[in-house]
Ligand binder design. Structure first.
Ligand code: NAG
Ligand code: NAG
Ligand code: NAG
Ligand code: NAG
Length: 604
């Protein structure tokens, strides 16, 4: 709207749906609801003021601003107005309200949702002001609505307004409440000042009530988790996210780490150069997240279903300031809940999805981890059997064992453990990756002992990090004595470890399927528990659970050097839960036949 240079804000105010609320902001109201509702301000953790924003001071800043404008409008006539601040605030464009930004919103990164509970879910968007950015005192106001149908018809189940500002990179994260368990929802954001400006519609869902019988979870249909890890922008397009979102019936997306990378890269022949510099400050992290979230497949996957994530980058070795900058930016950009306000780096948590499963997300990368292997740090190999070393930190480790036991006690059928790094031993010519659980063998044995001694069945460990696919039985105790790799007898669980979305294979960048299979063949011979290895294709896997079985299907992307949805299912594995829990891969493993990689035992 083009308007003459006159103080129009009073007129604008009357036209705003929020005017009443804002008038009360001007008055003595202490509440900071419009700021507080945006959880990005309290990111990452509420009771850590040095890490979050004081919404009271943001509100005070806004109120001061509005007062200034009011004085101006009261005292200055339309032709005599000279206040030097004014043009800087508005650039002479009076289509901007003095109270909230009314110059329009660009929902630059579409929408996302995450961390669903049985009655609530987090909704995310980013609302950047269109045109010349406003003065920092002026909030952008965004409304959200959530419906139980794709047409957004009828009464929304929850609605609300919230502010965002440059302080949180224009991100907006609200909790939609009063939802029904185990249900599908559609949501949309709009500009409070210009309600015709709307975001794309997002799809999300809640999880089952913890007490829902296993057979009734997801309306009696199998429940599908999609598992991702390791997406390096410059290494390839994020087609895996797109195939997962377009071509599988995902109920939840899990991301097990390396959602972004901190280093630089020019993207070589595929032209996917990352911008900025090696990440150190919050501005760097925001810029990187901003760039990653332009990949069309990633945008679509965030719009399609809720995400549960653990960890964002491989900075196990970073300095504290850098880690905090990373955590802050990550919490702004991801639909992730603040877990424990007193525990400032905690991202480990448990989701009870009816009596069908507990989904336990661990942080085996960041939280209080003992000395990380830095590849030059050979001391790790010497102390890997030390009983005092913990991969998780003692607090998280104790919580993990309690959670497993509690899960069994409450009668949950499956225990699915999402964590970053490969759990099973992977030896190649006698060499172990001590940056994985192989570097924390005593800790691994404590986990296995806990399952074994407490007869905890139906445990499935999910891992990422290694940029290759690995499927194993968990043999214990004394895996080579009590575990039979042919029949699987003696196993006490399974591990599904998935390859990278795009990061290059650890078997060699661009390695061909045939060359990778030669390496895989050695691995499956050398490692007793390992039943399948594949190292050429980038991709992801799905895990579909019902009361009778769990099925993992691995997806291979044909080409990540351009954006496409060309992929195939390379292998599929079943774990039976019926009768006495089997705790092993059903035989023949993968039906005795795979389209990529190497099985320990092929069907004869
Ligand atoms: C909105 O943001 C997108 C993504 O950053 C950009 O491509 C587009 O040009 C913007 N639209 C307007 C009208 O500024
Ligand atoms: C594993 O085998 C060794 C040697 O036979 C034995 O000393 C040890 O007690 C066994 N451990 C377990 C947990 O069974
Ligand atoms: C992948 O696509 C690129 C074009 O983006 C092409 O040059 C390359 O040959 C393709 N690779 C394979 C293995 O098909
Ligand atoms: C996924 O779906 C898209 C669009 O529906 C289709 O073009 C593509 O071929 C599908 N990919 C696979 C692997 O099925």
């Amino acid at each position: 709207m083009k308007v003459a240079v006159t103080p129009h804000f009073v007129v604008m105010l009357v036209r705003l749906p929020l005017s009443l609320v804002l008038l009360s902001v001007l008055g003595k109201i202490q509440a900071t609801e419009l700021f507080d509702r945006n959880l990005a301000y309290s990111s990452p953790f509420i009771n850590a003021p040095h890490l979050s924003h004081d919404t009271r001071s943001l509100q005070a800043r806004h109120v001061q601003f509005v007062k200034r404008q009011q004085q101006l409008s009261d005292t200055i006539s339309s032709d005599g107005f000279t206040d030097t601040h004014y043009p800087t605030f508005y650039g002479g464009d009076f289509s901007n309200s003095a109270w909230i930004y009314s110059g329009g919103i660009n929902f630059t990164h579409s929408v996302a949702s995450g961390d669903p509970f049985h009655d609530s879910v987090l909704l995310w968007t980013r609302a950047t002001p269109l045109g010349t950015p406003p003065d920092q005192s002026i909030p952008v106001c965004v409304s959200f609505k959530i419906f139980d149908n794709a047409d957004l018809s009828g009464d929304p189940l929850d609605v609300g307004d919230a502010f965002t500002t440059y302080d949180v990179d224009w991100t907006l994260k609200v909790e939609a409440k009063n939802l029904k368990p185990d249900s599908h929802y559609w949501f949309q954001f709009s500009d409070c000042a210009k309600p015709q400006i709307v975001s794309p519609i997002g799809m999300t869902r809640t999880i089952a009530n913890p007490d829902t019988p296993a057979e009734e979870v997801n309306g009696g249909k199998p429940f599908t988790l999609v598992v991702f890890s390791c997406a390096r922008y410059q290494d390839g397009w994020f087609n895996a996210y797109g195939v997962a979102a377009h071509n599988t019936s995902a109920d939840l997306f899990l991301h097990l780490g390396d959602y972004i990378y901190e280093n630089l890269g020019d993207g070589g022949p595929i032209g996917r150069a990352v911008t900025g510099k090696e990440l150190a400050t919050i501005a760097d992290y925001r810029e990187r997240l901003n760039q990653y979230r332009t990949d069309p497949s990633l945008v679509f996957a965030h719009q399609k279903a809720p995400w549960i994530t653990v960890c964002f980058s491989p900075s196990g070795a970073c300095f504290t300031d850098r880690k905090l900058a990373a955590v802050r930016a990550y919490h702004e950009w991801m639909p992730i809940r603040q877990v424990d306000p007193d525990d400032k780096l905690r991202v480990w948590r448990n989701f009870k999805i009816g009596k069908l499963l507990d989904l336990t997300m661990l942080d085996t990368r960041q939280y209080d981890r003992d000395i990380t292997d830095l590849y030059y740090n050979t001391v790790i190999e010497d102390i890997a059997d030390e009983t005092s070393r913990s991969l998780m930190g003692s607090e998280q480790e104790a919580w993990f064992y309690e959670t497993l036991s509690e899960s069994k006690a409450r009668g949950a059928l499956w225990r699915v453990v999402g964590q970053q790094i490969v759990f099973t031993m992977l030896e190649e010519d006698g060499i172990l990756d001590v940056d994985a659980w192989d570097g924390y063998r005593a800790n691994r044995n404590r986990v296995l002992d806990h399952l074994y001694k407490n007869k905890i069945s139906n445990t499935i460990i999910l891992s990422g990090d290694s940029h290759a696919n690995w499927v194993s039985d968990l043999g214990h105790p004394n895996q080579s004595i009590t575990y039979d790799p042919i029949t699987g007898d003696g196993a006490i669980g399974v591990e599904f470890a998935g390859t990278a979305v795009s990061s290059t294979s650890t078997f060699g960048a661009g390695i061909s399927p045939a060359d990778a299979d030669r390496i895989s063949a050695r691995y499956v011979i050398e490692n007793t528990d390992l039943q399948w290895s594949e190292g050429s294709y980038r991709g992801f896997f799905t895990l579909t659970l019902d009361p009778h079985q769990a099925r993992a299907t691995y997806w291979a992307m044909r080409n990540v050097s351009n954006a496409n949805l060309d992929a195939f299912a390379s292998a599929s594995f079943v774990v039976e839960a019926e009768h006495i829990a089997a705790n092993k891969l059903a035989r023949p493993v993968a039906g005795g036949n795979v389209l990529a990689g190497v099985l320990k035992i092929h069907r004869r």
